[in-house]
Design a protein. Sequence first.
Length: 822
Amino acid sequence: AWLKHSASEFTTKEEFEKELVRHIETTLARSLYNCDEHAAYSGTALAFRDRLIIEWNRTQQRQTLSDQKRVYYLSLEFLMGRALDNAMLNVGQKENASEGLKDLGFRVEDVISQEHDAALGNGGLGRLAACFLDSMATLNYPAWGYGLRYRYGIFKQEIVDGYQVEIPDYWLDNNPWEFPRHEITVDIQFYGNVRKYQDANGKTANSWENGEIVQAVAYDVPIPGYGTKTTNNLRLWSSKASTGEFDFQKFNAGDYESAVADQQRAETISAVLYPNDNLERGKELRLKQQYFWCAASLHDIVRRFKKTNRAWNEFPDQIAIQLNDTHPTLAIVELQRILIDLEGLSWDEGWNIVTKTFGYTNHTVLPEALEKWSVPLLQNLLPRHLQIIYDVNLFFLQQVEKKFPNDRELLSRVSIIEESHPQMVRMAYLAIIGSHKVNGVAELHSDLLKSTLFKDFVNIYGPDRFTNVTNGVTPRRWLHQANPALSALIAKKLGGHDFLTDLTLLDKLEAFVDDKEFRAEWSEIKTQNKLRLAKFIQETTGFKVNPKSLFDVQVKRIHEYKRQQLNIFGIIHRYLTIKAMTPEQKKKVVPRVSIIGGKAAPGYWMAKTIIHLVNKVSSVVNQDPDVGDLLKVIFIEDYNVSKAEIICPASDLSEHISTAGTEGSGTSNMKFVMNGGLIIGTCDGANIEITREIGEQNIFLFGNLAEDVEELRHRHLYGDFKVDPQLAKVFEAVKGGMFGDAKDFQALCSSIEEHGDYYLVSDDFNSYITTHEMVDEAFQKQDEWLAKSITSVARMGFFSTDRVINEYADSIWNVEPLVVKD
Ligand code: 26Y
């Protein structure tokens, strides 16, 4: 009789053990007697990988056969974190695996933590892409991700003498989760020239010639859905010297050195993730990365489409492509080039297909993050693409002129080409013009796009091209995986884990808010999670923190708009306040651990100064006997996804305190609340919708509103500006050398005192401090605090990426899930 499943589809502890041992002994050529934790990790990963491969092949076959519309998510960043725990949980075999590992003498947590994070992203945008992949697979959408296979992910951060130092993150050795597809390659052209010629019908056509060729090689990563057989694909491109004849000429001519140099230059394209988050720098290599990845992905997509033998006008019925910010905007131009130059379609036929295919997501209104590429750079690197951009612009401006005659101001405002020196291509405008839908990532953000940045385009196209899709996070990683105890408690109350795939079911928890026993269990889980973090802090920093303290966390990329400086100034204020207290007064203080973590872009000097100050304050405060356990300040080194999984479940309070109107959405706010933490935050990004969902009484909001920011900034520059008196005291302490050389922090203080306080730190300081006092009071009433915590979690159903993906599918992509039958 045939087996119901092959050996690699283990469903019991024994079957898993067999697979594990087989991989350790044969694939890894190790004996069980010298099997260390890392080998146990590799063996386990390989056993799970086999399972994924089987379903992945089946999924790809099923999707090809069904011939329905697919989604391609183009993102330069996929901040995946670790894969093993996720794979175990998504295929539902973590129990069996942990039992099996235990038999061999290993703890599953130790094995899991052997894995190197896949850190192919900077922050929110990259992590959102990773959550989207999880939801698209879980919801059975036929969907692929396309990205770059960087040899070096985001740098590893070390703190040396209080300063950030960047260490390269070489992560590719022994990565069991990727499959090289050496047979899937695309030749990508750069430089060269455009030649005009007469085609067979006597029409003028364009040919891009004499360029340099670099080869793109596909590496595939399986993406398992939770509780479904659907296993989707993430395809990452790696660059390699072309093996074409042309490129061997140098070798043949004996020019060995220069041939090797060419080879290295080719490999440089996918060598490193640019570590800037929300800061555009216009580097040629970055533009090369963008085109390399867009062109490879587009050719792959077109190749797949052509196999179906459909007419070109069916392309948008078969394919939706989502642009994760403007980074892949060249895909728009590349598709138009393929259609008109290579496939012989007319301009209008091509452009009609292009605009129906693409959707564009904007993640930021910060001017310094908006991509612009210089015309001379594009002219040199991608001469044919520049011509197409000019033509897109010409036809667009003609359309605008028709609708709004004689408005030259308008034409120059909306032109894709900015008339500066040198001229610049505004990628966001190109993305809007080349897409059928443009969305922001939270309500306020989408409204701001329509009323400020893209206002003219709303007038030109009407409001329907612009929409909002509020972000979410995947509850599988951010609740079930990061906080197994809480997930289990919820499951016990709700009668199963269905809430993990329908997060709105969490609302049933509200019925238990007053249940004493339930509250105690809830509280105990938080305590255990805090103990786990306290242990981690002691192991990594040497500082002991009291787990009974209020854990106050701000972890995210360091940026002035996110205002870690407001946090650290608030901490200094608290420190000064405690130091001035009598012993009697001190007894009433709620002990606090302030935890800050995040990377600064290597060239972002102000952000690095903030990190430096946090570390200096930490070393002063943590050894001050006047303060003891009343205040501890911890900087978490090298904040990343796997550390976030320990940190999020352990917070009592987290800080989301950007200047109103600056944060697109924020997604860690959602992760923290989902884990029963409360928030102190501004009326910004998704904080506003979180408040609407969980109720004003369950969140600590403070600070000025977005609508008042412009006027305040204006007043700083032209009216009289006085630093908040409590903040002034903080500055006095810093300048007096309390935290080391005052000069080191000069710029931080003067950006507020002398240079207009662009981020409104002073304006919001008093409100921030007062709100923290309210937090202290609330924390003392533990029963009420617990009620807030439980109620908030119960009302977080909206913030699952499952809801988000369904919205994209309905309102932007027009795709249906491909339901799997057993
Ligand atoms: C142009 C280049 C230097 C660049 C590189 C990375 C520009 C921007 C970025 C990253 C942006 C980013 O992470 N944005 C964040 O996206 C999240 C997901 O939508 C939002 O929650 C968050 O508010 C936003 O800052």
